[in-house]
Design a protein around this ligand. Sequence first.
Ligand SMILES: *Cc1c(COP(=O)(O)O)cnc(C)c1O
Length: 389
Amino acid sequence: MKIPKHNLGAVRKSRKKKGSWRWEIKNRITSLEQLGKIVNLTEDESKAIAHTATENCSKKLKMAITPYFASLIDKTNPDCPIRRQCIPLYNEFRTNVNELQDPCGEEKDMVVPGLVHRYPDRVLLIVTDMCATYCRHCTRRRIVGASEEKISKSNFELAVKYIKENTRIRDVLISGGDPLLLSDAKLEHYIKTLRSIKSVELIRIGTRVPGTLPSRITHKLCRMLKKYHPLFLSIHFNHYKEITKETRQACEMLSDAGIPLGSQTVLLKGINDNAAVMTRLMHELLKIRVRPYYIYQCDLAPGTQHFRTSVSSGIKILQSLRGYTTGYAVPTYVIDAPGGGGKVPINPDYVISRSKKDIIIKNYEGKVFVYSENGKTSPQEVQATISKQ
Ligand SMILES: *Cc1c(COP(=O)(O)O)cnc(C)c1O
């Protein structure tokens, strides 16, 4: 359409400014053609993207990458950790018998559409299925990216009613999709309504936006969020390359608004499944005041076999952190139990044996120690026990 000359100024003004978060969303990379202009795609990637875009492909998870996140992609290296997280491989269309549509069994704990009540005192509220960039390892791929809509007004009202009536719920985790893709006004409406419920003590938001769309973290957003403390943010980070100066600035703004920041990391083959990469990620997170919270064993979501590592490799990574670095840099390694059941911690074993008398433990270096519990074991007996190990 040709725009009359005298209207051009107004049209220009109304366009979202380049680099703003709305501009980023409007200009997300969603097609093979767009991506091919900025990345040297492999044959496998091209085939996967074409397949992801076909109408009749029921297993697809939409491809969308913010220009910002795309700028972090190594254009020539197919193993680039940023690239592997956002550009599909044909492996996504290969499914395994152990994989589940709803790997964490959320549907069966859904008490109201969008509201998952699994633990006694807290709930998960899914407010949108849209993300800035779609992670190829997405566990909620059964719903994510499908409509790019927010929760309906009536379902939100039902969720609020449920939370109000179940006064044991003291913690509401707002997630999605990515809740920070909602407008400030919409998000504030949700948070304000939840905050008005007397029994709700804590509000949390799960997001990947500080890493995939840092421009979303504006001073206006921070000013809004800080009115509803205590409010925590859990941020999805998988590789230290995601921590740029823009991300650092976004996290600093959130921290300065008094919001405690935690990270959630998925253990991903070829991306972060080694001790050096994981240690560096944890250190970079602490430097931007993000406290590592969870490392997840990759869920059994369909088409994610190529991302999964063994649990023993996860345990080894945890062993390489504990004792060797700051305790704050050591998150909890969990498996979200397949089919539902919640997060189960998987710890490296530091207990050699336990009796009524004492517990025999080893430290991070493998040195053996005895903690006597009955008050009768002499140092000589302790020494004898240790030498037997
Ligand atoms: C992860 C999760 C929570 C929150 O668990 P925390 O361990 O408290 O962070 C709550 N509900 C559901 C359904 C979850 O998956």
